[in-house]
Design a protein around this ligand. Structure first.
Ligand code: SF4
Ligand code: SF4
Ligand code: SF4
Length: 247
C-alpha cells in the first residue's frame, strides 16, 4: 500500500512554524516513516501534482496568494492551517488596522507599486480548512497529534476552552494577581498554559475561544487596572480579525 503524500507550503509568514517542525527530531521521524513528504521548501527541492495532506503556514496577503491557495486546495484531500498567521491572520493582520497606502509606502517606499498587497486574511477565509494547529509558533505537540490522527485515520481532539482552565489545573499562581496582563481567560487552550506556567503572561497567540465575550474580556482587564485602550491593543496583537472594536 502506498504511503500518504504530504506537502508543506508557506505563504506570508516568518517561516517560524516550519522551522519549529524541523526541531521535532525523533518524534517527527516516527511519523515521517508513515508518509511520503513530496514538497517542503525548507528541506527539499521535489514537487508533486496531488497531495493527501497539505500543511499551510502563513496568511493570505497578495492576489497571488489567493490563486495559489485555491490551486493547492484543488489538489489536496486534507488541508491543515499551521500557526497563528494561517489560522487567524496573526500578527500579519495588524496591518489591516492602518491605511493600505501608508503600509505599502512604509514597507516598500517608492517601490510600493511593485508589490501588490491586499488586506490580510486567514486561510479559512479563502478555502476550506480541515484542521488548525494554533500558536505562534504553532504548538508542536498539537501538530504531532493532528498529523498522527490524520495518518491513522482518526479524528483529532481539538480543545475549545480557555487557557485559564489548563493554568488552574496546573495550580499556577495567577499572574493577573501579580499586576501582569494576561489573555488566558479568552485565549484558546491546547498549549498547556505554557506561558503562565513559566511566569509569563498569555498574549493570546492561539486565538480566542469561539464564544468570545469581547466587552466582558475588556471589563475584566479593567478590573485588574488595565485601560480599555491597553486591553484592546493586547487583544488585537494576534487577533485583529476576531475583535469587533476598530479603534
Ligand atoms: S504563526 Fe508566528 S511563528 Fe508561525 S509563521 Fe506566523 S509569525 Fe511565524
Ligand atoms: S495566569 Fe492567566 S491563564 Fe493563568 S489563571 Fe491567571 S489569567 Fe488565567
Ligand atoms: S499561554 Fe497564551 S501566549 Fe502562551 S502559548 Fe498559550 S495561547 Fe500562546
Amino acid at each position: 500500500m502506498s504511503k500518504p503524500k504530504v506537502a508543506f507550503f508557506d505563504f506570508t509568514s516568518c517561516e517560524g512554524c516550519q522551522l519549529n517542525k524541523l526541531n521535532l527530531e525523533n518524534d517527527l521521524l516516527s511519523v515521517l516513516e508513515l508518509v511520503d513528504i513530496v514538497e517542503f521548501r525548507e528541506a527539499m527541492d521535489d514537487k508533486a501534482d496531488t497531495y493527501d495532506v497539505a500543511f499551510i503556514e502563513g496568511s493570505i496577503s497578495t492576489p497571488t496568494c489567493i490563486e495559489r491557495i485555491h490551486d493547492i486546495r484543488n489538489r489536496s484531500k486534507i488541508l491543515v492551517a499551521l500557526g497563528a498567521c494561517a489560522v487567524q491572520g496573526g500578527v500579519n493582520a495588524m496591518k489591516n488596522g492602518h491605511p493600505a497606502e501608508w503600509v505599502k509606502e512604509t514597507v516598500y517606499g517608492e517601490n510600493k507599486y511593485l508589490f501588490p498587497s491586499i488586506p490580510v486574511q486567514p486561510i479559512s477565509s479563502v478555502v476550506k480548512v480541515d484542521y488548525e494547529v494554533r500558536g505562534c509558533p504553532m504548538s508542536t505537540p498539537e501538530f504531532l497529534h493532528i498529523f498522527k490522527s490524520i495518518v491513522l485515520g482518526r479524528k483529532p481532539k481539538i480543545k475549545n476552552n480557555a487557557v485559564c482552565v489548563e493554568c488552574k489545573l496546573k495550580e499556577n499562581e495567577c499572574v493577573l494577581n501579580k499586576g501582569m496582563f494576561c489573555l488566558g481567560p479568552v485565549s484558546r487552550a491546547g498549549c498547556d498554559a505554557i506561558c503562565p506556567s513559566n511566569g509569563q503572561y498569555c498574549t493570546g497567540c492561539r486565538g480566542t475561544i469561539s464564544d468570545l465575550n469581547e466587552k466582558g474580556a475588556v471589563q475584566m482587564l479593567k478590573q485588574y487596572g488595565f485601560s480599555e485602550k491597553e486591553a484592546y491593543k493586547r487583544l488585537k496583537m494576534y487577533n485583529t480579525l476576531l475583535i469587533n472594536n476598530k479603534n
